[in-house]
Write a protein that binds this ligand. Structure first.
Ligand SMILES: *Cc1c(COP(=O)(O)O)cnc(C)c1O
Length: 417
């Protein structure tokens, strides 16, 4: 980065962290399809391993030398450096899937007997890992919902008798698919209330829904900003990957466990993500602009009962205050209730022509899905109802098509309801 002028992240996505002179002058980083790297000397190999395995502190100017592609690879290192820019993070680690990033963070910072407090609903895969795997290995877990007051949550943690074992607060905000918001700074204060000098309580945020453009959890006191890079960062529905951003200290631990679980992204995926990052901002801005048109159309439609989008949070509420402080845009994820319940929602989805019927989100093409029977089918029905995830709800991920074409499609499909 230039000393005199701090370039913005979108201006650096084409070049940051890559030295053409190391690759025959190629303007783009090659895909380093190699499992291992040749050391210049035995002494160099020894020095690289000492740093990689933490046998000694890294010198001031010393970089971690390239050793073996499970430990590091140029495509992943350049990608990680670029990803740190959006969250102004010290470090980043990329993974082969969102789930591998989430599970690696949970496994590294939790041990049997510890307490994990987490928001609900969380992504189905995350929910399954918490309820089935973490509980099986003796990690205590406690869920809370968006809107639960900070003091009430503190009281519940104290009443559980496990406050001294609290090690992490894990949140997903905005919640999928309802867009309910959780105040990250408030979670930080809860974590700090239970932390001691030698036992920190970490705050982790799954930032897939709004990041990395529109929400920066580290600015609000979180220790981790986690992404399924399958979504906006990849953005073309053609890969599965993830990223975790945070301080050097915590990401160092995450990378160490990643080395031993072996769930790093491949060089090919790393290269694809670098290509995607070049257009991240233009894609996301277009998607948010399209979503604003879609919301305006749906809000006025006689067959639509309710629209769930961050632009719809009533002013003057605590949630609106959180939105104002925490989010830079209402984003491009829109849910809505169709009058007539599940049969009406299904008729609508089956009639779509341009918008594709598929789960996932954040890609260039608009997608529709039915949370109650698809992404959230595994959630306990009572809990699902309480969160307004019912048969009449449809979730849209708005893409980069012409907004009038998207709306034409939604209109003709609603006419079939
Ligand atoms: C998709 C998603 C995940 C899981 O990511 P994968 O890349 O599919 O493993 C986690 N959290 C959220 C919010 C997601 O949307």
């Amino acid at each position: 980065m230039d000393q005199d002028h701090p370039f913005r992240p979108e201006s650096l996505m084409m070049s940051y962290g890559y030295k053409p002179s190391l690759s025959e002058g190629a303007i783009k980083s090659p895909i380093f399809l190699t499992s291992t790297f040749v050391f210049k000397s035995a002494e160099e190999g020894k020095a690289f391993f000492e740093v990689a395995y933490g046998l000694r502190e890294r010198g001031q100017q010393e970089e971690l030398g390239l050793i073996y592609s499970r430990i590091n690879n140029p495509d992943l290192e350049i990608l990680e450096n670029r990803l740190t820019l959006w969250d102004k993070a010290e470090d980043c680690a990329v993974f082969e899937s969102g789930m591998s990033a989430i599970t690696t963070v949970l496994l590294e910072f939790l041990a049997p007997g510890d307490l994990l407090v987490h928001s609900t609903p969380v992504y189905g895969g995350t929910d399954h890992f918490i309820q089935h795997f973490l509980n099986k290995i003796g990690v205590h877990t406690m869920g809370f919902t968006a809107g639960e007051e900070r003091d009430a949550l503190m009281e519940r943690i104290k009443a559980s008798g496990l406050g001294h074992k609290l090690r992490m607060i894990y949140v997903e905000t905005p919640a999928n698919p309802t867009n309910a918001l959780i105040d990250i700074a408030a979670c930080r204060t809860v974590a700090d209330a239970f932390a001691t000098a030698d036992q920190p309580v970490h705050v982790a945020v799954d930032n897939t829904y709004l990041g990395p453009l529109w929400q920066h959890p580290l600015d609000h006191g979180a220790d981790f900003s986690l992404y399924s890079a399958t979504k906006y960062i990849g953005g073309h529905s053609d890969l599965i990957a993830a990223a975790v951003c945070g301080s050097k200290a915590v990401i160092g631990r995450v990378k160490a466990l990643r080395t031993f679980l072996g769930n790093m992204a491949s060089p090919h995926t790393g290269w694809m993500l670098m290509r995607s990052l070049e257009t991240l901002k233009v894609r996301m801005e277009k998607q948010a602009a399209n979503a604003a048109h879609v919301v305006a159309f749906l809000a006025d439609h006689p067959k639509v009962e309710k629209v769930y989008h961050l632009s719809r949070i009533p002013e003057g509420t605590a949630e609106h205050e959180t939105f104002r402080r925490q989010c830079a845009s209402p984003g491009a994820m829109v849910s809505f209730d169709v009058k007539g319940g599940e049969p009406a929602a299904f008729r609508f989805m089956n009639a779509l022509k341009l918008v594709k019927l598929a789960v996932s989100l954040g890609g260039t093409e608009s997608l529709a899905e039915h949370p109650a029977t698809m992404t959230h089918a595994g959630v306990d029905p009572q809990h699902r109802e309480a969160m307004s995830i019912t048969g009449k709800m449809v979730r849209l991920s708005v893409g980069v098509e012409h907004h009038e074409d998207i709306i034409w499609d939604l209109r003709q499909a609603l006419e079939r309801v």
